[in-house]
Write a protein that binds this ligand. Structure first.
Ligand code: AVI
Length: 321
C-alpha cells in the first residue's frame, strides 16, 4: 500500500512560470544570480548524489558519521513520543539513523518540494518501519504550510533540518527561516539542525572544485535546464565553473563565468554578457558554533547540545524553543 502525499497549497501552481520569473529577475539585476534551488531537477539531484560520494566533498559523509556515532545521545535528548518533521527530506538517509534509535515516535512528517521523490521515500520508510506513521507533505518549506497532527498527542515536535541546507540561504534569510520554524513551535519543541563549520580554505575550496568535475557539471546543469525548460540558448561550453571561499562573508560562492562576450536569449528577452562576467548560482555558508548559536538565539532558540566530528568539520546542533 502506498502512503498518500498531502499536497500543500504553498506549492507553486505553475513551477515553470516561477522558474522563468526568478531567472529573468536574477539575470536583470546588476550582480547576476539564480536561486540555487533550481539545481535540483532529476538530473541535478542525481549529480548531487554523485557529489556526496566524492572524496573531496566531506559534509555528507561527516554528518552521517556524527549521526551514527551519537545517534543514542541525540535521540535521548529528543525523548520518546516525538512528532518528527523533516525539512527537505530527500531520500531521508540520515533520518533512518534517528528512526533506528527513537523510542515510540508518534509521527514522521517528511516535507519536500518533489512529490515523486517524497512518495518513493515515504513508501520505502513505511515498508521498513511498519509501526511508524508517516505523513509526507509536498510543500516548499520556505513558505507557510500545515504540519499534520499525530493520532496521539506527541510529547514534543522536533523539526529536523539536516544536510547543511541552511548554509545555502543568505544569512538574513537563514535567520528568517529559523524564526518561522520557531513561530510554528510550542515551548519545549526542538530543532535538530546540521551545518557546515568554517575550516581550512583549501579543504573548503577542494570540496566545491573536485578533480572529476562533478560539481562543475552540477553547476552547468542549470544552463541545460534553462535551455530545455525555458527555451534559452545558453552555450554551456562558453561558461566556466568557479567556486571560491569568500572569507569576509564566510561562505563558498559558486558562479558560472562567461568565457567571452556573448548574448543569450530567454523567452523574448536578451542578456549581454561581458567576458569574465559571472552568474552567482549558490552560497554555501560556513559557520562557527557560537555564530550559529547566536543567530538562532536571536529568534528564540536555545542551544542545548552540539555534536561534532573529530576534526570539527561539521556540527549537528539540538535547540529548544
Ligand atoms: C545542498 N547543499 C548543502 C550543498 C552545499 O554544500 O552547499 C550543495 C552543493 N553545492 C555544491 N556542492 C554541493
Amino acid at each position: 500500500m502506498s502512503t498518500s502525499v498531502i499536497e500543500n497549497p504553498s506549492l507553486h501552481a505553475s513551477p515553470a512560470a516561477e522558474f522563468l520569473d526568478d531567472v529573468l529577475k536574477g539575470l536583470s539585476s546588476t550582480s547576476r544570480s539564480i536561486p540555487s534551488k533550481y539545481f535540483y531537477d532529476d538530473t541535478g539531484s542525481t549529480i548531487f548524489d554523485a557529489i556526496c560520494e566524492l572524496d573531496e566533498y566531506y559534509p555528507t559523509r561527516v554528518e552521517i558519521e556524527i549521526m551514527s556515532r551519537y545517534g543514542d545521545e541525540i535521540t535521548h535528548r529528543l525523548g520518546p513520543d516525538v512528532r518528527l518533521v523533516e525539512y527537505g527530506s530527500g531520500s531521508s538517509t540520515k533520518t533512518r539513523i534517528l528512526l533506528d534509535h527513537l523510542i515510540d515516535p508518534c509521527l514522521y512528517v517528511p516535507v519536500d518540494i518533489s512529490i515523486q521523490h517524497l512518495a518513493r521515500t515515504a513508501d520505502a520508510l513505511a515498508k521498513d518501519y511498519p509501526l511508524l506513521s508517516v505523513a509526507p507533505v509536498a510543500a516548499d518549506f520556505t513558505r507557510p504550510f500545515v504540519v499534520p497532527m499525530s493520532e496521539f498527542e506527541p510529547r514534543r515536535t522536533c523539526d529536523y533540518f539536516p544536510g547543511s541546507t541552511i548554509g545555502n540561504f543568505a544569512q538574513a534569510e537563514a535567520i528568517q527561516l529559523l524564526a518561522e520554524i520557531a513561530d510554528r513551535c510550542e515551548r519545549g519543541d526542538g530543532l535538530l539542525i546540521g551545518f557546515d563549520l568554517r575550516k581550512d580554505v583549501c579543504v573548503l575550496e577542494s570540496a566545491y572544485n573536485d578533480r572529476a568535475g562533478v560539481t562543475a557539471a552540477f553547476n552547468k546543469n542549470l544552463l541545460h535546464r534553462m535551455n530545455s525548460e525555458l527555451g534559452a540558448n545558453f552555450d554551456p561550453r562558453q561558461f566556466g565553473h568557479h567556486a571560491f571561499f569568500n572569507d569576509a562573508a564566510g561562505r563558498i560562492e559558486m558562479h558560472l563565468v562567461s568565457q567571452r562576450e556573448q548574448s543569450v536569449s530567454i523567452a523574448e528577452h536578451s542578456f549581454e554578457f561581458d567576458r569574465s562576467e559571472t552568474i552567482c548560482t549558490e552560497y554555501s555558508h560556513k559557520y562557527s558554533i557560537s555564530e550559529f548559536e547566536q543567530m538562532a538565539a536571536r529568534v528564540g532558540w536555545q542551544c542545548k547540545k552540539t555534536w561534532c566530528d573529530e576534526r570539527d568539520y561539521f556540527a549537528v546542533m539540538y535547540l529548544e524553543r
